[in-house]
Design a protein around this ligand. Structure first.
Ligand SMILES: *Cc1c(COP(=O)(O)O)cnc(C)c1O
Length: 449
């Protein structure tokens, strides 16, 4: 019996709207569907396939571990988990690691740890020393240090806590009552952060580069000021590097690029290269608040996931991989500028390394999905980040040939897309001089050619 895309609509909960074809095979930065059609993969499974599809070293690690041990649960530890944790500790500020199965779970752990740390260390923060009214024995309500500060347009996952912390209201509509003590501020607004962060703040959570929110980098001074404010008010600074970490920016983790060290860092997506894993990294001192029994996960730290992630991390952390990301960024940005000079579809090309965002001109407002579909027709997988931003998050190992081939397909897709928008085609005739691509005021913005 053949499985078809139409079957999806019969048996699946309708929360996704997948493409019209079903991929069945992948290698490197190419994917093939049921009909044998080939696609260049600029989407990377949403910034997940960090080393491309079926990388031989990663396949070998998975097969090797598959023959040894799949699962023991956390009543026992296992060798791959310890090895992976050792490597993450060696490569980062962190001294302790907690493993989960996804980005949302890594953030859930980070946010719970921040609440617990505040409750452990500032149990009598409330000036009036009055319980907030809970009836639990040994309550910690005497602290009012539970506020979590997050930013507009941020994305931190889909569990009820992480989706409430995320700064996109459309994702929480209909799911109330929501967890309390969460406040949202405008991103990159130093004055707003100064006004809001206080002794009641237990944590500030931020994506150094907002991924889902539109590929928008934080300003270095903004992250630096958040660091200072967190220090001043004994709040924890959490960097959500689920999307921008694991080599995406050309550094193993983005925080080193910004020169700001968080107290907690969450990782996932690229970490497993396609095998589900998440990790929360922190310091020894903070980790103490997650004592025995305080938090857990059946699968988190599973030997299969950790063996795969170890192989991925070894490849990504290699200097030649990270240098390759910077080189590939330049190839992409140059090609995107050439494409844009011809068609004037993007008002800005931004991002860093191999997380690139192209914001559509006003004439194409809200039509990102149409361009994704046009690209599919040409044999190219693309992503959007919100309705107006095209997002590229390919394998960190993508070859110059695949970049060139994919960009040529992108060009063909854009030409048709533009032609199908008569008003825009008139407003920006191909004969017009190429519009310069403005650069965002950030250190982490891709250089325009
Ligand atoms: C994707 C993403 C998440 C959620 O990860 P899941 O694995 O889907 O739970 C969290 N934070 C950021 C920044 C992400 O991009």
């Amino acid at each position: 019996m053949t499985t078809t895309r139409a079957d999806f609509d019969q048996v699946m909960v309708p929360n996704y709207a997948p493409a019209g074809f079903i991929p069945v095979r992948g290698h490197g930065s190419r994917v093939w569907d049921q009909a044998g059609r080939e696609y260049v993969d600029f989407a990377g499974g949403i910034a997940v396939s960090a080393v491309g599809h079926t990388h031989p070293k990663v396949v070998a690690a998975l097969k090797d571990q598959a023959d040894k041990l799949w699962h023991v649960a956390n009543v026992m530890t296992n060798e791959p988990a310890i090895r992976l944790a050792q490597k993450l500790v060696a490569h980062t500020f962190a001294e302790r690691v907690f493993f989960a199965n996804s980005g949302a779970e890594a953030n859930e752990a980070a946010l719970k740890l921040a609440r617990k740390y505040a409750s452990d260390n500032f149990p009598h923060n409330r000036k009036d020393n009055k319980c907030l009214g809970c009836t639990m024995a040994g309550c910690h309500c005497l602290t009012d240090k539970f506020e979590i500060i997050a930013f507009d347009n941020s994305f931190h996952g889909r569990t009820l806590f992480t989706v409430s912390v995320g700064g996109q209201q459309k994702y929480t509509q209909g799911f109330g009552p929501l967890p309390q003590g969460i406040r949202h501020l405008p991103f990159n607004d130093i004055a707003a952060a100064e006004a809001a962060i206080s002794d009641k703040t237990c944590a500030v959570i931020v994506e150094p580069i907002q991924g889902e929110g539109g590929v928008t980098a934080a300003k270095r001074e903004f992250l630096q000021r958040l660091r200072e404010l967190c220090d001043k008010h004994s709040a924890l600074l959490i960097f959500d590097e689920v999307q921008c970490g694991v080599g995406r920016t050309g550094e193993l983790f983005a925080y080193t690029k910004f020169g700001v060290t968080p107290d907690i860092l969450s990782s996932a997506k690229g970490l497993g290269g396609g095998f589900p894993i998440g990790a929360m990294l922190t310091t020894d001192k903070i980790a103490k608040s997650f004592g025995v029994g305080s938090h857990g996960s059946t699968y988190g730290g599973n030997p299969l996931a950790c063996a795969v992630a170890e192989a991925v991390l070894d490849i990504v952390a290699a200097p030649e991989t990270l240098a390759g990301v910077v080189k590939s960024n330049q190839l992409f940005v140059d090609a995107l500028n050439v494409l844009n000079a011809k068609h004037q579809v993007f008002r800005q090309i931004r991002g860093d390394g191999l997380l690139i965002g192209c914001e559509l001109e006003a004439a194409y407002e809200g039509r990102g999905k149409d361009l994704v579909k046009a690209a599919e027709v040409e044999g190219l997988l693309l992503l959007i980040a919100g309705p107006n931003v095209m997002r590229l998050a390919p394998s960190l190992l993508i070859t110059p040939e695949d970049i060139q081939e994919g960009m040529s397909r992108f060009g063909a897709a854009v030409a048709k897309f533009v032609a199908a928008t008569p008003a825009a085609a008139e407003a920006a005739p191909p004969a017009a001089p190429p519009a310069p691509v403005p650069q965002a005021a950030s250190t982490a913005v891709a250089k325009a050619a």
